[in-house]
Design a protein around this ligand. Structure first.
Ligand SMILES: [Zn+2]
Length: 294
């Protein structure tokens, strides 16, 4: 009995200490007993959050997912074959501390770069999938992210596969200077060739998608989906306000505002994402075209 009380007290102490840390890192990798929601500021039992697709049971906020966590929710079990997993960044500008940072992130996340690409099936339909991970250098696009996405799209073009990319990015990677900006043109060109081949590209924007990624492959989808309340934009609101000298409307860089203004096609809640993608792939599959007579 005493041990039961002790256990309960430990849980409460832990719960309190979690509440007292408003500025601790966002719940990107829900681990441990409780998961904190940065939106409604409440803590929930992690198992409950995981069973709810990592969506806050209290307010519906979509917590950040790791790349592999996202793939697990989207791809059919056992269908994923990762491509170019070993590609790593070769330092080219001698940016101070860059290589050390990459090494530390590789150790803490188990990822070699900010995007995971591979082929999989979604509800039985084959697709090329690319998923960014914001834990790795804020999901910024350096030479390897650009190269992996380009290779993935080229692979899909060759094998006539649809492409689905989940973005989560702070934009171009400043440590790689102009090389990171070049990735915008490179990825866009690969997608243009994929499009010219008559193939489908679905872009899924997740929180946050900004900068050079918004300005390149994130916005080029034949169909652009966003998760609810995701921050999507190019520059931050302060920079825009200073440039145009106008007050910006509330929530202007959120999914809901962008849908209203025609920037995206639909907002899909996470628990419906796999079935939505499955339906879109089915509707655009070659067999559906034959059946439809077009
Ligand atoms: Zn919440």
């Amino acid at each position: 009995m005493i041990s039961l009380f002790k256990e309960r007290r430990q849980k409460l102490t832990r719960f309190k200490s979690m509440q007292q840390k408003p500025d601790r890192p966002k719940a990107s990798v829900p681990a441990g007993l409780y998961t904190h929601c940065p939106d409604c500021n409440q803590d929930f039992i992690s198992e409950q959050v995981a069973a709810n697709f990592f969506v806050c049971p209290g307010c519906g906020y979509h917590l950040r997912l790791t790349a592999h966590g996202r793939i697990k929710l989207i791809a059919d079990k056992g269908s994923v074959r990762e491509l170019n997993a070993g590609l790593t960044t070769r330092e080219n500008l001698d940016f101070p501390g860059y290589s050390e940072k990459l090494a530390a992130l590789e150790a803490s996340t188990g990822l070699k770069e900010a995007v995971v690409t591979g082929v999989c099936t979604i509800e039985g339909h084959s697709a090329m999938i690319g998923v960014m991970d914001s834990r790795f250098m804020m999901g910024s696009m350096g030479s390897v992210v650009g190269e992996k996405i380009t290779r993935a799209v080229e692979y899909a073009t060759k094998r006539r596969l649809p492409v689905i990319i989940f973005t989560a990015s702070g934009g171009a990677r400043m440590q790689e200077g102009i090389v990171s900006l070049m990735q915008m043109a490179k990825t866009s060109n690969a997608l243009a060739r994929h499009s010219q081949a008559g193939l489908l590209y679905i872009s899924c924007l997740t929180h946050p998608t900004t900068g050079g990624v918004t300005a390149s492959f994130a916005s080029l989808g034949d169909i652009i989906i966003a998760e609810p309340r995701a921050l999507i934009g190019f520059a931050g609101p302060r920079v825009i306000e200073q440039t145009i000298r106008q007050k910006l409307p509330e929530g202007f860089q959120r999914s809901e505002f962008l849908l209203e203004h025609g920037f995206i096609d639909m907002i899909v809640e996470r628990h419906k994402l796999k079935s939505t993608l499955g339906s879109l792939l089915r509707l655009h599959s070659p067999s559906a075209r034959v059946k439809g007579g077009g």
